[in-house]
Design a protein around this ligand. Sequence first.
Ligand SMILES: O=P(O)(O)OC[C@H]1O[C@H](O[C@H]2O[C@H](CO)[C@@H](O)[C@H](O)[C@H]2O)[C@H](O)[C@@H](O)[C@@H]1O
Length: 383
Amino acid sequence: MAKPSVAVPEVGVPAAQASCTCPGTLLAYPPPRGAGVAAAVRRKCLQVELGAGAGLLGGAGAWGVESMRASSPTHARAAAALAAGGGVDVDVDEERAASWMARHPSALGRFERIVAAAEGKRIVMFLDYDGTLSPIVDDPDAAFMSETAFVGLAGEKQMRMAVRSVAKHFPTAIVSGRCRDKVFEFVKLAELYYAGSHGMDIKGPAAAKASSSSRHAAKAKGVVFQPASEFLPMIEEVHERLVQTTRCIPGAKVENNRFCVSVHFRRVDEKMWGELSESVRGVLRGYPKLRLTHGRMVLEVRPSIKWDKGKALEFLLESLGFADCSSVLPVYIGDDRTDEDAFKVLRRRGQDQGVGILVSKHPKETSASYSLQGPAELVDVRR
Ligand SMILES: O=P(O)(O)OC[C@H]1O[C@H](O[C@H]2O[C@H](CO)[C@@H](O)[C@H](O)[C@H]2O)[C@H](O)[C@@H](O)[C@@H]1O
C-alpha cells in the first residue's frame, strides 16, 4: 500500500507541501503491521496540503457555480433543456450511454465473472451509504434505507436484510461522508465496520459476533482510527460559522459530520448558488488547513490531510490482515465522487484483485469497473 504522503489537490489546485503536526488519536488493535498506513501512523504524522485553501479561493471558477452545476445529474439538465424547448440530441445520448455501459457493464450481468474472480479469495465488502444503500432524497435527515419488505417478512427492511446477510459471510464496512454515529443510526447493524466522515472516523464492530467467525474479522474487531482528530475544534468552529453565514439563503442546510461539514444546496434555488458558494468560500478563507470538495448537490468541507475513502479501504484491509495480499477480493459499491478514491485504489490493485461498482443511472466519469442502476439492484445482486 502506498505511504500517505503529500496530498494531491482535487481540482488542479496547486498545493504547497508541508509537514503537519500529529494527526491525533489512533488506537488500532492489534497495531497493524508493515509499511503503509500503519507505519505512517507509528510516525504519528500525516502531511497536509497547506495552500489548498488558497487554491480554492483563487483559480478561475474553482468551486464556483459551474462546479456546483456539474454535481447536478445530467438527466435533470437534459430534462430542463427539453422543457425549455432546447432539446437534446437523443442519438448522441444513447450512443454515449451504450459505450459507457460497454466500459462499465452491469454488475448483475457480470455476476458470474465477479464470482470467478472471488474463487479462493476472501471477499471484503465496502458499501457507501447515501445513494447506495438509501435513495437520494431532499432531506438528508430522512435518507432511510429501503422500506420495502420481503413478502412474509413485514417490518424488516429489505436493504438492511441484504446487508445483514452479506455481513454474515464477509467482513463488511460502511464507508460514508456522514458522521459515524449518524450513519449507524440509519444502518443499525452492530456487526459492521463503520468509516464515517469520508473514512476519517473508523470503528470496528461492536457486536460480540463480528461480521464472521474468521480470524480476520476477529483481528480488526477493536479498531478505532481517527486521523483528523486534531481538526475537531476547527471543524466545530467552521460548522457554526457556516450555519450563521448561510442562514439567509433559503433551502441551504449545514450538516455537522464531525470531522467534516456538508453544505447542502439541493433545495436552494439555482439563482442563489453563486451566493452560497461565495459565502462558503468566504468562511474558508480563514481556514487554509481545510479544503472543499463536491458531492451530489453538496459542498463538503474537510481537513486537508491526505485521507479519503480509498485510504480508509486500505486501512481496513490492512487491519483485517490483508495488507499486500492477493488472497482477498475487496468489493466497493458507491455512487459519488468521493467513492472514486476507493475505485482508484481497486483499479491500481489490478485485474481480479478488486471490484469497484458504481451506482448510477447515467453515464459518469468513473474508475469503477461495473455499474448498477440504483440501490434496488444492489438487493438483486444478493439474491
Ligand atoms: O458518502 P455518502 O454516504 O454517500 O455521504 C455523502 C453525503 O451524503 C448525504 O448527502 C447526500 O444524500 C442526501 C440524502 O439523500 C441528499 O439530500 C444530498 O443532496 C446528497 O448530497 C449526507 O447528507 C452528506 O452529509 C454526505 O456528505
